[in-house]
Design a binder for this molecule. Structure first.
Ligand code: ADP
Length: 469
């Protein structure tokens, strides 16, 4: 500031001195006065041009250089440059933060849509594009309600009651392949709304399956319970002969058995789901499994046909002198389910052929072929669903729970194996479990001859772990 006044007075002094010197001696005083005014004006002009330069520079706002370096305007320009730099730095930081937020929204597994107070789309992420089919160029600033026309959503949007989420059909939903989206609006700012969307198709399916499962289990248990209740009441209220009592008690025992089998199959399934898949440290010799299956199969055929002199023709071919890695109890349960089904669904006199063989590519195949009624093709994809039965009364009559093939499929998957079902109605069916080569190895020779214990079942060591089923 001192320099500013000093330079101003210096200019006036220099002007006055020049005026005094240039003017004639008589007009020296006037000349000096004019010189002082002109000196002051000159200083003002220079100052004005410097301030104009500063103004021009401020308009451009280039913080990389200053407009001038000296004097008051130089200092103003320097301070302005620092301010501009600080602002630029803050803007850069806010932009980086904004980009980080947007990147986080992009990474979200949920669809995110930002709506302004009019309900127009201000921003959306990739997932929202997948959920609603938006186009980043075309749909920005479009009204959300014009693009998503589901009536349920329109009501939800207009209600302004966003406490709960809404489940609506997805864009690509068809009756055959329903897609469900959950959308939830959250108000924020001044009338703005944040829309979050999630694909809940799998969740909804799981929930529907859970509901069906509970309904099925209740139904399966209620039927024998009702029958049991009826018999108990009859026994309590009616005077019955000894013969009738025995007949009723036998029927009651049958219903109790049915419930027990059902509960045991349910427990098996739940244990299979709750345990990690079996490793490859335990090797189960196939010939041993086959011998046990044969024994069980013949016993079942005899039990199911007590009065018939013609039982099933059961053939057991163990062409697999090898071992399979896994859990012996699970494998035995799956295989005996297949053998049991073949015996239960094939009329007496029919043939059941059980094979275990090694394929040229190192995989092993366990198959059960029967000459039973066969299964129509439309039922085959659904056979491994829980409680799915082709013929309900036949299944129940023979003690079926509708869970057998679900257990077989689970066990196969846990062993990395594949369950194949081929069937021709009227001719018979073949159920095959294909084990991967990584779970198959040749059997030591000693195994081939031995280890059935006295009862003909799996050896003691294997039975020790046979607690699952
Ligand atoms: P279930 O306890 O009813 O036998 P599964 O899950 O073992 O239940 O089998 C499902 C359905 O598949 C059965 O109800 C039956 O209709 C059909 N099924 C299974 N195995 C055979 C077979 N070998 N021959 C004909 N139908 C079969």
């Amino acid at each position: 500031m001192f320099w500013r006044f000093f330079s101003f007075f210096l200019c006036q002094f220099a002007g006055g001195l020049a005026g005094w010197y240039v003017a004639s001696p008589a007009a020296a005083q006037t000349g000096a006065l004019v010189g002082i005014v002109l000196g002051g004006l000159g200083w003002l002009l220079v100052d004005l041009s410097r301030s104009m330069r500063l103004l021009r520079w401020l308009r451009v706002g280039d913080a990389s250089d200053v407009a001038m370096r000296t004097g008051l305007w130089g200092e103003v320009s320097d301070r302005a440059r620092r301010l501009i730099r600080a602002r630029e730095q803050m803007t850069r930081e806010s932009q980086n933060r904004l980009q980080d937020f947007l990147a986080a929204f992009q990474a979200s597994p949920n669809g995110v849509v930002l709506l302004d107070s009019q309900g127009r789309i201000e921003w959306f992420n990739q997932m929202a594009t997948a959920h609603f089919g938006f186009d980043a160029q075309r749909d920005m600033l479009q009204h959300f309600g014009n693009l998503v026309r589901d009536p349920g959503f329109a009501n939800y949007f207009a209600s302004h009651d966003y406490r709960n989420e809404l489940v609506m059909p997805g864009r690509e939903s068809t009756p055959a392949r329903p897609v469900k989206l959950s959308v939830h609006l959250h108000p924020y700012g001044e009338g703005r709304r944040l829309l979050l969307s999630r694909d809940v198709t799998a969740l909804e399916q799981a929930e529907a399956m859970r509901r069906d499962f509970v309904a099925n289990v209740s139904h399966e248990i209620r039927t024998p319970l009702t029958v049991l209740g009826g018999f108990v009441e009859t026994l309590q209220t009616l005077p019955l002969s000894e013969q009738e009592r025995e007949r009723y008690l036998a029927l009651m025992a049958q219903q109790a058995d049915r419930m027990q089998t059902l509960v045991s199959d349910l427990l098996t399934l739940s244990r299979l789901e709750g345990r990690p898949p079996p490793g490859t440290s335990d090797w189960i010799p196939m010939p041993v499994l086959m011998r046990q299956l044969e024994q069980e199969g013949r016993a079942l055929s005899a039990v199911l046909n007590p009065l018939s002199d013609r039982l099933h023709r059961l053939v057991f071919d163990s062409l697999l002198p090898g071992e399979v890695a896994g859990a012996s109890n699970e494998l035995l349960s799956a295989m005996s389910n297949l053998v049991g089904n073949a015996i239960r669904y094939t009329p007496t006199g029919g043939e059941i052929h059980v094979r275990a063989l090694l394929l040229p590519d190192g995989r092993a195949e366990f198959s059960v072929q029967d000459t039973g009624p066969g299964i129509a093709p439309e039922h085959i994809p659904r056979l491994t669903e829980r409680f799915y039965r082709v013929d309900r009364s036949r299944s129940r009559d023979t003690g079926g729970t509708g869970l057998g093939l679900a257990i077989v499929k689970h066990v196969a998957q846990r062993h990395g194996a594949e369950l194949k079902i081929e069937s021709t109605p009227g001719k018979g069916s073949i159920f095959t479990i294909l084990f991967p080569a990584s779970r198959v190895r040749p059997c030591p020779d000693t195994m081939l001859a031995s280890p059935l214990d006295a009862s003909g079942s799996l050896s003691a060591a294997e039975n020790a772990s046979n607690t699952l089923m």
